[in-house]
Ligand binder design. Sequence first.
Ligand code: COA
Length: 178
Amino acid sequence: MTIHIETERLILRPMQPRDAEAHMEMMGDANTAAFLSPTKKPQARMDLWRQYASYLGHWQIRGFGFMSVDEKETGEWVGRVGPWMPEGWPGIECGWGIKSEHWGKGYAPEAAIGAIKWTFDKFPELSRIISVIEPTNANSQAVARKIGEEKSGEIFEFWDYKLDIWAAERNVWLEKFG
Ligand SMILES: CC(C)(COP(=O)(O)OP(=O)(O)OC[C@H]1O[C@@H](n2cnc3c(N)ncnc32)[C@H](O)[C@@H]1OP(=O)(O)O)[C@@H](O)C(=O)NCCC(=O)NCCS
């Protein structure tokens, strides 16, 4: 099955081996790594490569995963957004990461809305979508609010982080964005 999601300005598609370099470049940026790395700093390329391989592997194991996000106008790879649920995760999460030169354009919420629609469609029994967010990650909280998620009050501990679980109930979300 070909997965191809179009939003107003973006195209979402399953991550491919050819996106590895762009993904490592984004994750090597200190601004992005601040909330997506176990040390809050960019990881070595050998670790970023392994991380990317695990995202591709997630697709193989689960049949869904992060999507590469391409800018329609230029074809540029601008980030990765989408559903994932690695072992031990507290639910199907919609995660997001956008290259820092494209921050502030509303790309993360635009892509997330497309990805969540796809996720609710793929999993008709899924009662809610979550995002796990570090309490000081204001940018990510802003995205969560824009896509209709609210802080649930639940905490998920991972690495040295105590992460807030933000969530949107299926029916409420579909009424607003579906
Ligand atoms: C979180 C993230 C995906 C947001 O992506 P985005 O496409 O910029 O999303 P938005 O354009 O909606 O901006 C979200 C907020 O980021 C902040 N922001 C926007 N442009 C910014 C910039 N150039 N520099 C710093 N912060 C900026 C604003 O507070 C904005 O909220 P507002 O629109 O209410 O003012 C992006 O900042 C990112 O990749 N961060 C690092 C990775 C990360 O934290 N991922 C989430 C882990 S839970």
